[in-house]
Design a protein around this ligand. Structure first.
Ligand SMILES: [Zn+2]
Length: 82
């Protein structure tokens, strides 16, 4: 079973579709039972969608390394809060 901390660490992998089937099931099982992680996942989804929407508005798409840096910061932000 995933802990909330472990879930926070892999949430970007989940949103980017990088997880294998078994990890995905574990992730969804935890989110289904944990309202804190459900709220966190929704927040991350909105952030990712915002980043994606901002990328569409800009003439140039956001470079992958910039997006990776943003994701890294969001991850640290969550870690620092705990
Ligand atoms: Zn949780």
């Amino acid at each position: 079973m995933l802990t909330c901390q472990q879930l926070a660490e892999v949430v970007t992998d989940y949103l980017e579709g990088k997880m294998n089937f078994a990890d995905r099931m574990m992730f969804q099982l935890h989110v289904g039972m944990c309202k804190h992680c459900r709220a966190y996942l929704n927040q991350m989804k909105q952030t990712v969608e915002l980043v994606a929407a901002t990328g569409k508005i800009e003439a140039e798409p956001m470079p992958d390394d910039v997006q990776a840096e943003l994701m890294h910061r969001f991850r640290n932000w969550k870690t620092n809060k705990q």
